[in-house]
Design a protein around this ligand. Structure first.
Ligand code: CP3
Length: 320
């Protein structure tokens, strides 16, 4: 999950100050950061060290990541003219460092590497709002005020993210995850009209490669069925929906990922352990379950707690 390595002292030592985008552009460093949590925790898959804004940054939209804030842009997307700042991504020319990082990781890893991209709604929200938002007011204004421009923006972002994901798979990623993290800000009707057609197209394209597609967002309880139907193989669940209820919303033939509350990681260990076991018990032995947090790790979390959680999950047997 996002920023899994950032509570690690070895991450902070290697990452140093400066823009995270500069660290991502150095394949040796980015590969080492990808591998750090694998060595420490013994988890069953690795997630590439990169960020969801890398492709739009690489085509020259003008976006950076401010530490402690997130993605920010001084010139938000507002008119059709701004589409000119979203040309097609040429993954080899524009993001060779991502491809190189994946190759180094895959050479070293004995477990699968997950590549990823941001979902078009989530990326659009950063471009339109100019930074993180609570209300997504500007984003919703553009959707309803100028659905044609919204469609053109989604077309551009879908093309860029599809190229990025395809190149990551070609470089050796064994699965991909689409982080449409903030799409839970939409109602089901809004999702159907303003997001579904584009994500469906992206998943159709990626589906041709045959790799599993994981789809994740926060506060998406009311959208889980749609986020499954849109073409995901695995649906990420945050901690708000119990896993058994999530399974009935997502439907048969799909796997779930989640859903330990990352907010409890500073609670006493006995409480954390009970929560971990509750997730496993609610999964009730279903074969399609990737144990994970319901969202990212914050920098203050003690790495020893994460190590103990991995141990409990690995020791767990159904019917225990
Ligand atoms: O876990 C990992 O380290 C994997 C790599 C990864 C990063 N970002 C590195 C990163 C992944 C998978 C992401 C995805 C990402 N980035 C998402 C989707 C997942 C989610 O959390 O919902 C989103 C919304 C972003 C945008 C973003 N980038 C935010 C909100 C922040 C946090 C800003 C902060 O400092 O609190 C970032 C920065 C970022 N991306 C960090 C890392 C390790 C932490 C800050 C740093 O080291 O500079």
């Amino acid at each position: 999950m996002r920023q899994a390595g950032r509570s690690l002292p070895e991450y902070r030592a290697l990452r140093k100050e400066g823009s995270i985008l500069d660290a991502i552009k150095k394949p040796d460093i980015a590969a080492e950061i990808t591998l750090q949590p694998i060595r420490r925790y013994g988890v069953d898959a690795a997630i590439l060290f990169s960020d969801i804004v890398v492709p739009v940054h690489a085509v020259g939209f003008g976006i950076d990541i401010e530490p402690g804030v997130g993605p920010v842009t001084e010139n938000p997307f507002r008119t059709a003219k701004d589409l000119e700042r979203l040309r097609d991504l040429d993954p080899i020319a524009d993001t060779s460092y991502v491809i190189e990082t994946i190759k180094i990781c895959v050479d070293e890893l004995r477990i699968p590497l997950i590549g990823f991209a941001g979902g078009p709604f989530t990326i659009a929200s950063y471009l339109i709002e100019g930074g993180p938002s609570r209300t997504y007011k500007e984003t919703k204004k553009l959707m309803f005020d100028n659905p044609k421009l919204w469609g053109q923006l989604m077309d551009r972002l879908t093309a860029i993210c599809t190229s990025s994901l395809t190149s990551q798979i070609q470089a050796g990623a064994s699965a991909i995850q689409l982080f449409d993290s903030w799409v839970g800000a939409l109602s089901p009707d809004q999702y159907i009209r303003f997001v579904f057609p584009w994500v469906e197209k992206m998943f159709e394209e990626i589906g041709k490669t045959g790799v599993p597609k994981i789809h994740f967002g926060v506060a998406t309880g009311e959208l889980l069925q749609l986020m499954s139907d849109v073409g995901a193989d695995v649906v990420g669940i945050d901690w708000r929906v119990p896993l058994d209820q999530a399974r009935s919303r997502v439907g048969g033939g799909k796997a779930l990922q989640g859903n330990l509350d990352p907010g409890i990681l500073s609670a006493p260990w006995t409480a954390i352990e009970a929560e971990v076991l509750k997730v496993l018990e609610l999964n009730d032995g279903h074969p399609g379950h990737i144990f994970n947090l319901g969202h990212g790790v914050t920098p203050d979390v003690n790495p020893d707690v994460l190590e103990r959680i991995v141990h409990v999950v690995h020791q767990y047997r159904v019917g225990q």
